[in-house]
Design a protein around this ligand. Structure first.
Ligand code: SF4
Length: 536
């Protein structure tokens, strides 16, 4: 849909204006008209009323006034008028006004306040015009709990929950959810803000039995990549040994280790065993690692001998991911395993002694609505794993599903919201608590992904990774290191920390050719972050 934007009194914030529209409409094209009377829009040559003669058209006029008062902080006022023109009907209009005292002392943070004011005023108008409610208001960003942690550090829970509702228009439910999550994280990891002398490790194995339609992870069909598995494993052993050497010399311990990918259990039991040997020979103080997880993920890769290897090396936690308990859905998304296999492998893992199992579920898979999701919850209730991660389907650009979007029927926003409520109710009824949360772009219904667990069975890795409280060293294909530099305070007293992302190549063929080069660069970066010269 096409919208003409008229900005009065300012020319900035176009990115944010676009993203506020995108909350409501999947496809939207904005064109801008200047604030000088008579000036034509950037790409529209006819006026909105001319266009109205031939087609439906929207125009949004956004007016901004900023006044500095005697204290030089000042106020800002936003006025938004939204008009919809139909070819054969009278135009319809919606309007909203908001004003706000500017409390920040620096230009940069004041700019953010003004931006929020504009987005909030737009949001209210768009909610009224579309009849849609945005539970996350104008809060963007992947990690809302980071913001909550910063607030809780300075203010109490009540203030923080109220502030998010006022400043970002979050619903009370969402503001309370992130407060609950942040408080639980601190209960589970009391030293969450003091983990600098340790790192966590992510090991990426880029193979899967088949590629799922919604997936954008580095996951290559293991059947057609047999040739590159051995060289990949050579590279992985090398990276583990060298990273272990660096950590030992740096005097840094390890909090958690997470095997992901892809599906780590796609490789053989012998290959897994050999990697564990190298891990134990190379990494410092393995006996002090707080948690070791293997995301087995696909039930079709789990075998008794692989479970035996994981038990031998004291893996604390595995994932077996159903995603859905409806066979037609699994077939549609290309998972190529049966619902029965999910249950069988869960029971087998339990019987062999795995006492901490996670399951991932996805809300909004193709052709799934309330009835299918209820079935998934009913089947999950028969297994009751220690933790459950509830994802909302997201249309990531590179996925097969997004590239063939017209072939996949997905639920409407209201139904997605209803399924999210069903998940929350299920968790409450079965004594699961939310302990980590993140949001993504293009997620159905603009909702969130939430990790729930029985008390005391939270994944520590998920918390430290999501909250960015310590360095994550990524090893293997597609693994992304996140290297934390020392902490600083911004002029408003907010904690600020440079985090450098360092991705390893996703493609096994490229990884195999260049892992040594990538490893050297990564260790050099870690030298810089920790002010060392281990790598020279
Ligand atoms: S099993 Fe997981 S990593 Fe593998 S293709 Fe499916 S979604 Fe991607």
């Amino acid at each position: 849909m096409k919208v003409e934007i008229v900005q009065v009194g300012f020319q900035d914030y176009r990115f944010d204006i676009y993203h506020t529209w995108k909350l409501f409409f999947e496809e939207v094209e904005l064109t801008y008209q200047g604030d000088n009377p008579g000036e034509e829009s950037e790409s529209l040559t006819s006026s909105a009323t001319d266009q109205a003669v031939s087609s439906e058209h929207w125009r949004m006029t956004i007016q901004l006034e900023e006044n500095a008062d005697s204290s030089e902080l000042g106020t800002a006022k936003a006025h938004v008028l939204l008009e919809q023109f139909h070819p054969d009907q009278e135009p319809v209009a919606w309007v909203n006004d908001r004003s706000q005292e500017l409390r920040s002392t620096t230009a940069d943070t004041q700019r953010r306040e003004v931006k929020r004011l504009i987005c909030k005023t737009m949001l209210k108008v768009l909610e009224e015009a579309t009849g849609l409610d945005m539970p996350w208001g104008v809060l963007t960003g992947v990690r809302p709990t980071k913001l909550m942690h910063n607030l809780l550090m300075k203010h109490g829970r009540e203030y923080s929950v109220n502030w998010l509702q006022e400043e970002y228009l979050l619903t009370e439910e969402k503001a309370t959810l992130i407060a609950d999550v942040a408080e639980r994280q601190l209960k589970v990891i009391p030293d969450l803000f003091d983990m600098d002398r340790e790192v966590s490790i992510y090991i990426g194995i880029p193979f899967c039995p088949t590629k799922c339609a919604y997936c954008t992870f580095p996951a290559y069909d293991i059947r057609s990549n047999k040739g590159s598995v051995n060289s990949f494993l050579d590279g992985l052993h090398h990276e583990i040994r060298e990273t272990g050497r660096w950590l030992t010399q740096a005097g840094l311990g390890i909090t958690t280790i997470y095997w992901g990918g892809g599906t780590p259990t796609s490789i053989t039991a012998e290959e897994m065993d050999a990697l564990f040997v190298t891990l134990h020979e190379s990494f410092p103080a393995m006996d002090r690692v707080r948690e070791l997880t293997v995301e087995a993920g696909r039930p079709d890769t789990i075998t008794p001998d692989k479970l035996q290897v994981m038990l031998k090396w004291k893996v604390d936690r595995i994932s077996i991911n159903p995603q859905s308990f409806t066979q037609l859905t699994l077939d549609k998304i290309g998972r190529h395993h049966t619902v029965e296999e999910t249950v069988e492998k869960f029971v087998l893992s339990r019987e062999m002694g795995m006492d901490n199992i996670n399951m991932d579920l996805i809300i909004g898979l193709p052709n799934e609505g309330v009835a299918e999701f209820q079935h998934t919850l009913d089947e999950t209730a028969k297994l009751l794993p220690e933790s459950l991660t509830v994802h909302t389907l997201s249309f990531k650009r590179a996925s097969k599903m997004t590239q063939n979007r017209d072939q996949y029927e997905v639920a409407e926003r209201d139904e997605v919201g209803e399924m999210m409520d069903m998940a929350m109710q299920f968790m409450q009824d079965n004594k699961y608590v939310p302990y980590y949360l993140y949001r993504q772009k293009n997620i159905l219904g603009n909702l969130e992904n939430v990790g729930y667990s029985l008390e005391g069975r939270e994944s520590l890795y998920n918390i430290v990774m999501m909250e960015e409280r310590q360095t994550i060293v990524g090893i293997g294909c597609g693994a992304v290191s996140k290297i934390l530099f020392p902490q600083e305070l911004d002029p408003d007293g907010n904690e600020h920390r440079k985090i450098e992302r360092f991705p390893n190549p996703k493609d096994p063929a490229i990884y195999n050719q260049s892992y040594k080069e990538y490893l050297a660069k990564k260790l050099k970066l870690m030298d810089e972050a920790y002010n060392l010269s281990i790598r020279g």
